[in-house]
Design a protein around this ligand. Structure first.
Ligand code: AMP
Length: 549
């Protein structure tokens, strides 16, 4: 028996359809960029679409063909946006490289992806001068600036100028009708162990992710929003905002490399930003600056915080001191990246404030498009009771099925059913579908057969008024195997003692979970995407002697 065929038009879901939509329906909506060159640049969705067509023409003239990879090493800005649409829209594959990775890793990634052209911001000229000889596949290097900013001399052979390339084209270009399952872009995971791995997104997965992420229970974006993605365009496509921004026709504001508290605050105010997104660490700088100068926001209403656990104390400060709603979100490179966001249901309206806060502190509920489960080590699913914790697995149209160039499948089975992606996170899920990450499986502290969540310890420490940042790691213990060690960066000018900090945990957590010791450091190392580098911390303190051990 064959099913009756649907009789709807087949319109492929293409990235070019997003920019065409924005240009048609939000033609004069602004795209504002703080440029690497230091000034503020203003353009519109209509202009971005026209210049994206010129970029597509320029790439074809450089000899790029369907499926070729185009690398970028760039901050958030309109030229990067033009490449998002010009490269992907014309059937090429945009490869956004994280410039904060080690130089050898950057070259390794460009080679692994076989990038044909590399576009980069002025900031990265010295880096690319060093790396160019190691990037064997790259045929053209393009500086994302104008003639006036081109270096008089450079070690990069045949260095091209972005504005020269764009302005040489007339924009008479039709976006091609591609297969919606064709690759559109690649992001590499940060690769804390071993080489980074590439997640290859398709046009279809990207458009579906943009639809899903704009929903009210997700990022809730509309044409009335002014969106400032603090999250970089090299960190999983700035969490899809360059796409969902076009889908809803929002104004976008790009901070370029100017991510310090003062610059961000001034841009938020000057451009009347309503919505933003970023990892917890970026908000630390902004909050410190605003508190020091007694500043308030006049337009900023809500922000998504994710990428690592948002400390409840940060949530409280943003909500209560600055009137900003915090939407805690969880995602991964392999998920394009959005998986869950924490928004209350109407049945929670009658709950006391504290109970509502505890729900909002969780990583939240899935967007339609993501299916999740928690499983034990034998692949059996665990109950959604908010208590049982297990390995979090997901599936859906914007979750990877395999990694770039790797034949082996990463997928696992749940209750015998194959096709689930193991996230490497440990989580609980309650009856309403609120997921809470207990830990990255590698970061859980295993004390005498019991697990201690490093995130719980960090969340408590971050509420201490004298602590700027804290990380909990496992430390070897002769009797308990592992015990928690808390690494603390005090706020400037605050003299903290070990007893102060440990005393702060009393009554907030079971006694046996309280860290055994505290070390004070001037700085905690972060990964290229702004997460605490636990691996490095564990290495640094591997010989630390716990007092009771
Ligand atoms: P990446 O692919 O580099 O963005 O890293 C994804 C990982 O970041 C996830 O597997 C989690 O371990 C972690 N992560 C992301 N968002 C959160 C969050 N809200 N809370 C805790 N961990 C998070």
């Amino acid at each position: 028996m064959t099913a009756l065929a649907g009789q709807m038009m087949h319109m492929p879901l293409l990235i070019s359809s997003l920019i065409r939509h924005a240009a048609r329906h939000s033609a004069d909506t602004e795209i504002v960029s703080k440029r690497v060159e230091g000034d503020l640049h203003r353009t519109t969705w209509a202009q971005v679409e026209k210049r994206s067509r010129q970029v597509a023409q320029a790439l074809a003239r450089l000899g790029c063909g369907l499926g070729d990879r185009v690398g970028t090493l760039a901050w958030n800005g309109y030229r990067h946006l033009e490449l998002y649409y010009g490269a992907s829209g014309s059937g090429l594959v945009l490869h956004t490289i994280n410039p904060r990775l080690f130089p050898e890793q950057i070259a390794w990634i460009a080679n692994d992806a076989q990038d044909q052209v590399l576009f980069f911001d002025l900031t990265f000229l010295p880096l690319i001068e060093k790396l160019a000889p190691a990037m064997a596949s790259v045929r053209h290097f393009v500086l994302m600036s104008d003639r006036a900013h081109m270096p008089a001399q450079t070690a990069i052979p045949g260095l091209l100028c972005y504005e020269d390339l764009v302005q040489a084209e007339d924009g008479a270009y039709d976006w091609p009708a591609l297969d919606e399952n064709a690759a559109s872009s690649i992001c590499y995971t940060s690769g804390t162990t071993g080489h980074p791995k590439g997640a290859v997104y398709s046009h279809r997965s990207t458009v579906l992710h943009a639809y899903g992420s704009a929903l009210p229970d997700a990022m809730d974006c509309s044409a009335r929003d002014v969106i400032l993605p603090v999250v970089p365009m090299f960190h999983v496509n700035a969490w899809g905002l360059p796409y969902s921004g076009a889908l809803v026709g929002a104004k976008l504001v790009f901070p370029g490399p100017h991510l310090d508290g003062k610059s961000l605050y001034e841009l938020f105010e000057a451009e009347k930003v309503t919505f933003s997104a970023g990892v917890p660490t970026v908000w630390l700088g902004l909050i410190t600056h605003m508190k020091a100068h007694g500043l308030k926001f006049s337009s900023f209403k809500r922000t998504v915080i994710g990428g690592s656990a948002c400390p409840p104390a940060m949530m409280k400060t943003l909500q209560e001191d600055f009137g900003v709603e915090v939407i805690h979100a969880w995602g991964m490179t392999e998920l394009s990246p959005l998986g869950t966001l924490s928004k209350l249901k109407s049945k929670h309206d009658s709950l006391p404030h504290d109970a509502q806060q505890r729900l909002l502190e969780k990583q939240g509920r899935v967007i339609y498009g993501i299916d999740m489960a928690i499983i034990d080590d034998d692949g059996r699913s665990l109950p959604w009771d908010g208590q049982a914790s297990g390995n979090l697995v997901v599936r859906g149209p914007w979750v990877i099925g395999s990694y770039f160039g790797r034949p082996e499948s990463p997928l696992v089975s749940v209750d015998g059913e194959p096709g689930w992606f193991p996230t490497g996170d440990v989580a609980t899920i309650d009856a309403d579908g609120f997921m809470q990450i207990t830990d990255r499986s590698k970061d859980v502290i295993k004390s005498g057969g019991e697990w201690i969540s490093s995130i719980d310890l960090e969340n408590i420490a971050m509420a201490h008024p004298g602590i700027h940042e804290a990380a909990a790691i496992a430390c070897r213990h002769p009797k308990w195997d592992e015990r928690p060690l808390l690494v603390v960066v005090p706020k400037p000018g605050v003299a903290l003692t070990r007893e102060d900090v440990l005393g702060f945990f009393e009554g907030k957590i079971a006694k046996w979970q309280i860290p055994d010791d505290v070390v004070f450091v001037p700085e905690i190392p972060h990964t290229a995407t702004g997460k605490v580098q636990k691996l490095k911390l564990r290495e640094q303190f591997k010989d630390h002697q716990l007092p009771a051990a």
